[in-house]
Design a protein around this ligand. Structure first.
Ligand code: SF4
Length: 410
């Protein structure tokens, strides 16, 4: 295989919160219907996306060894010594192929006959939280607040942010998904908050009633505010494997600051309830998205997650770029490297490598402070109270003075 090859355009489709499609969830672009418009499965067929000229072109580019510019996140992670999604998915595919066909991958054969083995379905943006790193695009709860900022910055209320429930209402989409389920081995379900979605159980019922659940692994990304006892008690044992990842970016007051308006004690109790329902085919873990708001206190998070006995995955945030840890100045990077290196933890070390090998162009910490302070005003939060030591390290007051006349009034 060529050096920069990625298997996902041959095995996988991502359906985003609006019904648009990508080869994977971090690919920066959409599969295009023509020069102007992306496909949208709210009205287009899944099969037309899969057989489209644009997706064929993406496959050709990977086969020629091109390092696709749309895949920056993978290249940056690999540059920082991390196993990117590209690398992880390639290993997972090779393992699946071996189990399924009892032999190593016949690349020539597979490349000429792509098969949808993995589905990544973002079931709309219905969500009960408005996390700092999120947006109205992915969370309906964000819409009202974002409108205030857009008006303040004189931006057109034009981005079409709306309550997005395409997956709830589009039965045609589900019929097509049911057609491919016999080949599917892995379904990634997220949102919004997936356990709030009405169609979730329609999909699960179909998989269970047809017996296909026995060869399907379900992967959920949940914010942990809901304990879905019906799913855990009645459905989880029916699937080959169930993997539930909690999105937790910090603990206690830092958790509540980042994942507003969730309550730490409730989420922590819910996670305990999940863990209590241990089953042979169910695993739990935590996915933490590394950004400026949680990096400094990563040691507290690691202590908490290890005390729960949970696996964890440290995911790198690329956008919004004012939360990207590459934005920190050299002094802050040095202090954080010294603080977190004491953990002697490989996963943490990879995050530090990423931070020290990356910078963010055309933006400064002043932008981070303006964004943070505006949200503090609207939500009645206080960054400096929650992040006392860290706010001094990044010279929060200095940038605040620079931006204070530009903030929203409330
Ligand atoms: S190289 Fe990375 S970003 Fe590109 S399609 Fe593969 S996994 Fe996605």
């Amino acid at each position: 295989m060529k050096k920069n090859f990625c298997i996902l355009p041959w095995t996988h489709l991502n359906f985003d919160v609006s019904g648009q499609t990508r080869p994977c969830c971090i690919y920066q672009g959409r599969i295009m219907k023509d020069k102007t418009y992306p496909f949208n499965v709210e009205e287009d067929n899944v099969s037309d996306v899969w057989d489209s000229e644009d997706l064929k072109n993406i496959r050709e580019r990977f086969l020629s060894g091109e390092k696709l510019k749309e895949c920056t996140q993978c290249w940056k992670e690999e540059q920082g010594g991390m196993d990117s999604k590209r690398i992880r998915e390639l290993h997972r595919f090779e393992k699946l192929y071996k189990e399924k066909f009892n032999k190593d991958v016949d690349w020539e054969e597979f490349i000429s006959n792509p098969k949808l083995y993995y589905l990544d379905i973002k079931l709309g943006n219905n969500c009960n939280l408005k996390c700092r790193i999120c947006s109205p695009w992915s969370s309906s709860k964000w819409i009202k607040e974002q409108k205030v900022y857009d008006e303040h910055w004189n931006m057109e209320w034009s981005q079409g942010y709306k309550y997005n429930d395409w997956a709830d209402i589009n039965d045609e989409f589900w019929k097509e998904i049911f057609d491919v389920i016999p080949d599917v081995h892995y379904i990634d379900l997220s949102g919004g908050e997936p356990f709030l979605n009405k169609k979730l159980y329609k999909l699960l019922d179909y998989c269970v009633e047809t017996g296909h659940s026995k060869h399907i692994t379900l992967h959920f990304n949940t914010n942990g505010t809901i304990f879905p006892s019906k799913f855990i008690k009645e459905y989880s044992s029916e699937f080959q494997w169930v993997d539930i990842m909690f999105s937790i970016d910090g603990i206690e007051d830092k958790f509540e600051y980042q994942r507003f308006p969730a309550k730490w004690d409730e989420v922590n109790d819910n996670i305990d309830s999940f863990i209590k329902y241990q089953k042979e085919n169910v695993s739990y873990g935590v996915c933490s998205t590394m950004n400026i708001l949680n990096l400094y206190h990563l040691d507290e998070f690691v202590e908490w997650v290890e005390s729960k006995g949970l696996n964890y995955y440290l995911n790198m945030l690329e956008h919004p770029n004012y939360y990207n840890i590459g934005l920190l100045d050299d002094r802050a990077k040095r202090v954080i490297t010294e603080k977190l290196s004491k953990l002697k933890n490989n996963e943490v070390q990879k995050v530090l490598n990423y931070m020290n090998n990356n910078s963010v162009d055309n933006i400064t910490m002043a932008e981070f402070v303006e964004q943070t302070a505006n949200k503090d005003i609207y939500r009645k939060n206080d960054f400096k109270k929650v992040y006392k030591e860290f706010s001094e390290l990044i010279r929060y007051d200095y940038y605040y003075e620079m931006k204070k006349d530009l903030l929203i009034k409330k």
